[in-house]
Design a protein around this ligand. Sequence first.
Ligand SMILES: Nc1ncnc2c1ncn2[C@@H]1O[C@H](COP(=O)(O)OP(=O)(O)O)[C@@H](O)[C@H]1O
Ligand SMILES: [Mg+2]
Length: 276
Amino acid sequence: MLENLKRNKKYTKTISITSGKGGVGKTSVTCNLARYLALKGNKVLILDGDLGMANVDVMMGKRTEHSILDVIDGEKFIEEIIQPIGDSIYLIPGGSGLHELSHLTVYQKQNLLEQVSSLNGYFDYLLIDTAPGIDSNVLYLNAAVNEILVVVNPEPASITDSYALIKVLNKYHKEERFSILCNEVQSEREGLMVFQRLSEVCEKFLCVSLDYKGHIPLDAAMSRASRSQTLILDKSPYAPAAKAIMAVGDKIGADTGLGRAKGGLQFFWEQVLGVA
Ligand SMILES: Nc1ncnc2c1ncn2[C@@H]1O[C@H](COP(=O)(O)OP(=O)(O)O)[C@@H](O)[C@H]1O
Ligand SMILES: [Mg+2]
């Protein structure tokens, strides 16, 4: 698969799309952001880190056979499991393999690191669709990226669970910056209110800075797109939620992540595998 790609020593900006609670729109955001960034000329790699039902491949109307587990088991090379799932969009299916990442033998870690090193320089973005919550594998993935994008919706449980995630990442992984995306809101005002409620608890109890990356309105076109295994950006590009996702993509694109202490593809894998 890599032979179709040009390698030009690109710096890969790594972004996790994560949440405290499930079902808040992580996979929808990941896939549509990937499409938008790809349409703007970027090469995008997605790591599917959720074992849930609505996986990235399903949302993009594709099927995957192999996952990173086959690489860990020494059955496949990483290039063999990466799948093109759209123009300039590639997927590493995580499968249950991601649970294993923190429990690999030294030999397995070395092997995986060597293999993923071969991906350096090809991609502008690595987007990671994580599982929800505070399981250790979710924390490791989040602690290894340039930008942690927390998706939150107006439900009280979503706000409190986002706080719990931010708290654990701050306390145990020393993360201090979080990007916040408010999804499924009725208006921009509601988006700002959700952000403010989350900011207030964070300010009270933690020393972190939250960046507001915008809101995505509750939009029937979004769920219609998921049901038909298409992306809202393709199916209804003029729908309010599609326009909002593009605005988020512009913000993310404007911040290159360069100049941060941590970052890049190699750094990401070293952190995840605990070999740095
Ligand atoms: N802004 C939105 N408006 C309407 N429906 C949405 C919106 N965002 C997500 N959804 C729907 O919510 C459901 C869960 O979204 P999904 O992306 O699978 O969440 P997660 O990956 O966090 O579990 C999907 O059916 C999706 O279409
Ligand atoms: Mg999902």
